[in-house]
Design a protein around this ligand. Structure first.
Ligand SMILES: [Zn+2]
Length: 174
C-alpha cells in the first residue's frame, strides 16, 4: 500500500522537500515508481519524450496514468499536468489531497503549479530535475518546493533514478 500523508500519520514519512534519497519510500511506492519508468520507456519507444506518471489514491489504487504527449506539438502535454486536470474533473477535494502522484522525473514548474492549484497531495519522483539537467524551458525552473512549498515531496530514489537517467541519455542520443 502506498500510504499517504493524512492527519494521524505516525510521521514515518517526514515532510522533507526533496533530496531524501528515497529514505521514506516503501515497497508500495516503488511499485508505482517502476510503473512510471515503464510508461516513460513506452512513450520514448513511440517517439515522444520520456516521462511517465501515475495517480494513486489513499488506499494505493491506481486512478489514472499518463506519459508525455509533447510530440503532438503541444509542449504543455506533460503527464503530471494531465493528472492534475483529471483529478480536478473526477475527484472531490478531500480525495485529491489524500492522493499521491508518482512520476519518473520531478515535476516542472508548470506541473508543480497545476498540482498545487488543484490541491493534490504528496509527490514522489524517481529522478530530480537537477540530476537530469534543466529541461530546456521558456521560463525559470525552480524545484517543486520553490513553486509549491506546501506539497510534500520525496525523491530522488536511489537505483530508480539511474533508470530514468538511462532513458534521458537515450532521448538525447548519448
Ligand atoms: Zn511538466
Amino acid at each position: 500500500m502506498a500510504g499517504s500523508l493524512l492527519p494521524g500519520d505516525d510521521g514515518r514519512r517526514a515532510l522533507r522537500p526533496g533530496g531524501d534519497d528515497g529514505a521514506t519510500v516503501d515497497d508500495g511506492d516503488r511499485v508505482h515508481l517502476r510503473r512510471c519508468i515503464e510508461l516513460a520507456r513506452t512513450t520514448l519507444d513511440a517517439g515522444d519524450e520520456r516521462f511517465g506518471s501515475v495517480l494513486v489514491d489513499a488506499d494505493g489504487s491506481v486512478l489514472f496514468e499518463d506519459h508525455d504527449h509533447v510530440a503532438s506539438g503541444d509542449s504543455t502535454r506533460h503527464p503530471e499536468f494531465a493528472i492534475a486536470r483529471w483529478a480536478a474533473q473526477h475527484l472531490p477535494s478531500d480525495q485529491r489531497a489524500a492522493a499521491t502522484v508518482y512520476t519518473s522525473g520531478e515535476h516542472c514548474p508548470m506541473c508543480a503549479a497545476a498540482h498545487a492549484w488543484v490541491g493534490l497531495g504528496r509527490i514522489v519522483y524517481d529522478s530530480s530535475s537537477a540530476q537530469l539537467g534543466a529541461r530546456p524551458a521558456p521560463m525559470q525552473a525552480p524545484s517543486i518546493g520553490g513553486v509549491a512549498p506546501g506539497v510534500p515531496v520525496e525523491g530522488p530514489v536511489a537505483g530508480l533514478d539511474e533508470e530514468v537517467h538511462d532513458l534521458h541519455r537515450r532521448f538525447h542520443g548519448s
